[in-house]
Design a protein around this ligand. Structure first.
Ligand code: FES
Length: 106
């Protein structure tokens, strides 16, 4: 199981072990990490799974597809490193990934 780190806006840090093939969002929900609402269940239509990918990881992840890019326009405080965690797949290559959560999900 690949392990990644989620850091809440408060600084609270969570180590998450997730199944390959899951989304990062689902792995976080299963690990009961607060701060991800995932209202649409992962169908890329709510943007309440917004996260910031650590800059060192941006080039190591597949780029967002157009649907994700469109949904990212809806988030508060969008940054260059913004992604939707439901669109990030857990693969062996994400071992060590670090993401941060925004103060709120809208
Ligand atoms: S869970 Fe709804 S867009 Fe990711």
């Amino acid at each position: 199981m690949p392990r990644f780190t989620i850091i809440e806006h408060t600084g609270a840090e969570h180590q998450v072990d997730a199944e390959v093939g899951q989304s990062v969002m689902q792995g976080a929900i299963d690990a009961m990490v607060p701060g991800i609402l995932a209202d649409c269940g992962g169908s890329c239509s709510c943007a309440t799974c917004h996260c910031y990918v650590d800059e060192t990881w941006m080039s190591r992840l597949p780029p967002p597809e157009s649907t994700e890019r469109d949904m990212l326009e809806c988030v508060l405080e969008q940054r260059e490193t913004s992604r939707l965690s439901c669109q990030l797949r857990v693969t062996p290559a994400i071992e060590g990934l670090v993401i941060r959560l925004p103060a709120s999900q809208v």
